[in-house]
Design a protein around this ligand. Sequence first.
Ligand code: FES
Length: 166
Amino acid sequence: MAKRTNPKVDFPSDDKRWKILNATMKRNGYEGHALIETLHTAQDSFGYLDGDVLAFVAKYLNVSKSKVYGVATFYHYFNLKPPGKHTCVICTGTACYIKGADQLIHDIEDKYKINLGGTTLDGELSVMETRCIGACSLAPAVVLDGEIIGNVEENDLLKTLSGWMV
Ligand code: FES
């Protein structure tokens, strides 16, 4: 079978996580067999798979949206939406880990009595981890409600999260 030529990719935004997602597809020649691996990358980067992510993957792997949706809903590992009203996704890639991501996780788990992947009882906050989101020079980095924040200080992070809680 002829190898697919690399498509010209229109990224939905400047968010580096789209590039990470694209890198997985590119490494697999934009072939449909990369679907599950690509969804794993998306889940690890974004914390969950929303409609924009599923549409992006479907488009560039040339797979129907219904198939992408079907795979995403079949596997329990994938979340189609963030469980909490707000999401805090902590990067635990090497650079962020060295710069204290584990302390950030510890502080949040301690303060809100939840574990990574969990949601507070009131449904206000979900805390997840991700692999490198391509912002290593800003380590430690977190993604707060979809926005990448770099050089995160423990106190500032806890303050922001407190502001979210009703
Ligand atoms: S390791 Fe966290 S952004 Fe790269």
